[in-house]
Design a protein around this ligand. Sequence first.
Ligand code: NDP
Length: 519
Amino acid sequence: MAGTEQVQDVVAPQAPDTQQEFAVENPATGEVIAHCPVVAPEEIAAMARRGREVQPAWEALGFAGRARILSRMQKWVMDHQDEIIAVIRSETGKTYEDALLAEISYGAAAFGFWAKNAEGYLADEKVKSSAVLVKGKKLMLRYRPLGLVGVIGPWNYPLTNSFGDCIPALAAGNSVILKPSEITPLTSLKLAEGLKQCGIPDGVFQVATGLGATGAALVDEVDMIMFTGSTATGKKVMKAAADTLTPVSLELGGKDPMIVLADADVERAANTALYYGMLNGGQTCISVERVYVEEPVYDEFVAKVTEKARALRQGAGAPGSADVGSMTFPPQVDIVERHVEDAKAKGARVVVGGSRGMSADPTHAGYWFEPTILVDVDHTMLAMTEETFGPTLPIMKVRDEEEAIRMANDSPYGLGASVFGKDTKHAEAVARRVEAGAVCVNDALVNYSALELPMGGAKASGLGSRHGAGGIRKYCQQQAILVTRFSTKKDPHMYPYSAKMTARLGKFFKFLYGRGSRD
Ligand code: NDP
């Protein structure tokens, strides 16, 4: 394994003396790298007032004005990519490649995408109606920004999943307050610096660093909450939002299954399972979390995955020196270990990894878990039923595709899934039976990079979605507009009611709706 070379220096924000502060650690080394203020609930209220004050001018700037700033930001991200990667790595412990591929490339693409497409998704829509009472009238649907959006994000992808949701909210004309995870606040602060340099007006984008209570206070102050995180916290957010009837969009946990059918290209399936199971140390909401393989190809699949997993290098060094980074959230190491130990106690075999790796060494202060392959697993084990969110890949043999589908759907979650088979028509038919918000055939996870395609969870994995039209319209109030351009002084159904007019209208409705079906 490669050593843990320190990533580039990070400018630590200074906490004002009067505030409580919290420490940010580099999870690859255990070193404290910064301190951030805990923004108190009353300060959230002041930030909300500030955000609301400046929002009308931001909205008035129009799509083109906002797009100019977002497009500048796309270039800023590319110009500062190494600095941003250093900040991301310093607080997450991920490899250079994971930060480049799944954070920088997403962030840069998203700035360009929303700059270009916000106007189209939010353009006024003409509506036609069959209702008699509105004949000849102009009917329109328009989207107006909600005002102040609160975004609460997780620690696994501080740019993509936390900051990323702010981009469409801003493009729609809202002010935004972002509450990043206490584990990874530095990336958001770095991007706030970028937005400032690119000309965003003061107060339109604010970062509220802090702990869970800061997030809870934010829910009470905003016009909409975009939450990404665990299902347990998502439920708390939704309950709190009910008090103020604040709309929520929730992107929650997952336990994504992969199904490998008997006719699959086993080499591709093995490479994909391993890559998307271990990417970002397995700390991806749409990681491959469990694999079901049809009997005829099971042994070949396990042999290939095992061989490839043994070759993985773990570390925090220079680009190209490691495949899998450290864990980001210290308690996550305990969760992963608990799942592996529980599986072992119930009869599973660990064929690769299975322990804390570098963090088992008392001279090493970081948080690590080895890439781990488990076989002989079943649904009595936590590793197959609860979100592990770590570098583990449990592989289960199934008799046939019916069993695979049944097992895949035997979960409270429904975020993503994948199906492998050379007969893609057949594999797609299997994919359509999996209860998940997104299913890939002969692939996994890359659907997330298609910003045109909605990404949202079924079942306990969430409410609403990001990306596509729905990914920006959720930050808007839908407003219906009706304009009567040509009119008489009084429409026939208006007061005073008369027996003659009532009889006429009755006949008219009978003519319209009372003739029954023609067959
Ligand atoms: P958590 O639910 O623990 O935290 C998410 C955010 O909520 C953090 O910023 C946290 O603050 C904040 N928070 C905590 N308590 C409250 C509260 N009462 N009210 C409001 N906000 C609160 O999730 P994790 O950070 O552990 O993230 C991992 C989870 O996120 C996994 O389950 C993963 O699957 C999911 N996820 C889902 C994605 C999706 O698209 N569906 C994408 C990425 C991750 P603090 O950190 O300061 O406690």
